[in-house]
Structures are given as C-alpha cells and as structure tokens.
Design a protein around this ligand. Structure first.
Ligand code: OGA
Ligand code: NI
Length: 375
C-alpha cells in the first residue's frame, strides 16, 4: 500500500524548498519589486501570492459611513481651551480607532512633499547606486530592501522600503544617500517636535502629568521607513503591506495622493483617504501595552493596486536594535491599573518585543498576545 501522507509530506517539502530558492533569487537581484515591474512582468512571481485573499469576503470592504477622525491642532501649544478640546479628541480617537489624522500641525507641507519626493528619487535612481544600499542588517543606520520579513512570512508584499534610524543617535550625514540626505534630517526635526507635542497630549489624555511618557523614554527612538509600492499587474493576488499592527509606541505617517491604506474598524476594512498636508497618527503596540489596553494598536494594511507607484513615509517612535535603551523594561503604567482595570500584560524588555516582531514578520497576529499575564 502506498503511504500517501509520505508523498504529501515530500511534495510540501519540495514547495518549501522552491520557495526558499525563489526568495533568494529575488533577494539577490537587489532590484526589489520595482525591478520586476521594470522588467515588465505581467504575472507576479508566486512568492508574492497570498492564498488567504482568495478566501476573503469582499463584501466588508471600504465602508464609507465612517472615517478616521481628523483633528485640527491649531493653537495646541498656545491656547489652553483648544488644547483641552484637542486632548479630548485625541483620547477618543485612541480609544476607538487607534488612528487619527492631524491638520494644522506646523510641519511645513513643503517639507512633507519633499520627503515623499526624496523616497521616490531613492527608489527610482540608477539601480547600480541603489544596490549598494541593499541590506538586511537591521543595525545599519540606513538601508534599503524589499520586505524586511521576506524569509519569515508565507507570502511577500508588493513593496520596496528604505529604513533609517534617526534617534537616539542622529546618523552621520555621510551614511545617508545623497538623494535624500538633507530632507531626512530636516523632516525628522519636525517629526520629533510634533511627536513631543503628541506624547504630552497623550499623557494628559491618560490623566498623567504632561511629561510622563517622555520621561519614561517614549520619544527617545525614531525609526523612519519610506515605502515604494510599484503598480501591480495582478493586484487581487497580493498585498502592498500585509495586515499588521505597528511596533513601538506611536507612528506618524504621510502618504501621497494615490491612497490605499486601510484600517480595521469594527471588523471592516476602512479606507484612509489621502488628505494632502495631513499627518496620520496611530497607536502602536507598546503604547497599547503601557496603557493596559486603554489605547488601541489597530490592525491596518495596504492592498496592491494596478496604479502606482504609491509612496508613504512612516516614522516610528521606537528604539531599535543595538541601542542601550532596548534594555528598558515596560509594563502597564501603575496609575492606570485598578481593581476594575487589572493588569493585562507583564513587564517586558523592548528588545524581546522587537525580536519577536522581526521573527514572526507581518502575519496579522499581535505580538502583544505573547505578553499577556496568565489568568
Ligand atoms: C507601516 C504602514 C502604511 C502605508 O509602515 O507600518 O502601515 O500606508 N504603512 O504605507
Ligand atoms: Ni503600519
């Protein structure tokens, strides 16, 4: 009698083997997804195919009834009445959506546009120059690659990315590519300042003193990524960015006018319409952990599109690998725990959280579930 389970096992091992070598083949081109598009492929390689999309119920997409809140920050640092109104709206958004857009935030729109343009310039420059920056060494100050989790996930994303560590130590300008050197440093100054305001408001929204979150190190690390989503010939088979929650405390995102980001709200994927000049803010995992689930790190994703490229720039307030601060311990803030609100998570080292995030890749599950206290 033929042992069919054995044959199935062999077939599975074979697909696994093929996948690994196809991933390596793609990786070794150092040309990313843009390289595939430039070669005018009309089919996407199978390493990019997301089988789960074939099973998805498309009826729950793009509900226009509700939208991510837009908060006007005019007067936030000058007018106490405006500030308390803004704080209330921030609190509400963090509790219900985990996402909000800010207008009148003092980051010059010209700087935002130039930042997006610089990401485009990097990805569209001469491949030979670009290749020199291709790396998977996450301790580098600046690198470019396609899919940071290429070898961890079951399906790759239709996206290339530049990554840059901007704080706690500013990179030496020489380490940054000429096409985006100046604007990376300029943009990060504005993001740092807006981040400081945001962490004050978040502290106040939690009933803590304004400097609380800064004092425990939430603003120390800044990690920036610039995504380039090329046009995709078979968008229904893949994703630009898989369903995920963000690492770190808080993310500030700017995007061009193509659009595509979706937020999971009340079990529906809601489109976040591009609003020129707005900064999108979202709660990330460590903020959910320290607020003991008061603020929500919400799932989001970017479908692939037939049109492109689309560009976005995400700035994560978060420390990175190889920095002293990754030794810090975080747990739910004592002031937020009570008999009605018992502690949900244990205390963790940021390095344990980050290692887990990188090890599992973007697979739609929250790393936070690993840190829950046993009941
Ligand atoms: C991210 C992210 C969304 C986008 O970088 O974590 O969710 O619109 N990006 O590119
Ligand atoms: Ni994200």
């Amino acid at each position: 009698m033929v042992d069919s389970s054995h044959i199935e096992f062999a077939a599975e091992a074979m697909t696994e083997y093929d996948r690994r070598s196809e991933l390596e083949g793609f990786d070794s081109t150092k040309a990313g997804v843009k390289g595939l598009v430039d070669a005018q492929s009309t089919k996407i390689p199978r390493i990019f195919v997301h089988n789960e999309l074939k099973l998805e119920d498309n009826s729950s997409h793009g509900n226009c009834q509700s939208n991510v809140p837009v908060i006007d920050f005019a007067g936030v640092n000058e007018n106490p009445d405006s500030r308390s109104e803004i704080t209330n709206r921030v609190r509400e958004a963090c509790e219900t959506w985990g996402f909000f857009q800010i207008v009148n935030h003092e980051v010059p729109v010209t700087v935002m546009d130039e930042m997006i343009d610089a990401v485009r310039r990097f990805h569209e420059q001469d491949i030979e120059v670009k290749k020199q920056f291709y790396s998977r060494d996450v301790t580098k100050k600046f690198y470019y690659n396609s899919n940071f989790d290429l070898y961890q996930t079951s399906a790759a994303n239709w996206r290339d990315t530049i990554s840059c560590i901007l704080a706690p130590d500013q990179p030496d300008p020489e380490e940054l590519p000429a096409v985006c050197r100046e604007i990376l440093l300029e943009y990060s100054k504005h993001v740092t300042k807006l981040g400081q305001t945001l962490f004050e408001l978040l502290s106040e929204a939690l009933g803590l003193k304004p400097g609380y979150l800064k004092d425990i190190g939430c603003t120390e690390g800044l990690f920036l990524v610039g995504h380039y989503y090329p046009a995709c010939p078979e968008p229904e088979l893949t994703l630009g960015t898989s369903n995920h929650t963000d690492s770190g405390f808080l993310t500030l995102l700017i995007q061009d006018q193509v659009g595509g980001l979706q937020v999971l709200h009340q079990n529906q994927w809601i489109d976040v319409p591009p609003l020129h000049g707005a900064v999108l803010v979202n709660v990330a995992d460590l903020l959910q952990l320290i607020t003991n689930d008061k603020f929500k790190s919400v799932n989001h994703r970017v479908p692939a599109k037939r049109v492109g490229p689309r560009i976005s720039v995400a700035s994560f307030f978060r420390t990175h690998f190889g920095e002293g601060s990754e030794q810090r311990i975080y747990g739910p803030i004592k002031e937020l725990i009570s008999e009605e609100n018992p502690q949900i998570y244990r205390e963790i080292f940021t390095k344990d959280y980050l290692s887990l995030y990188y090890k599992k890749g973007l697979d739609g599950t929250s790393p936070l579930s690993y840190f829950k206290l046993l009941k």
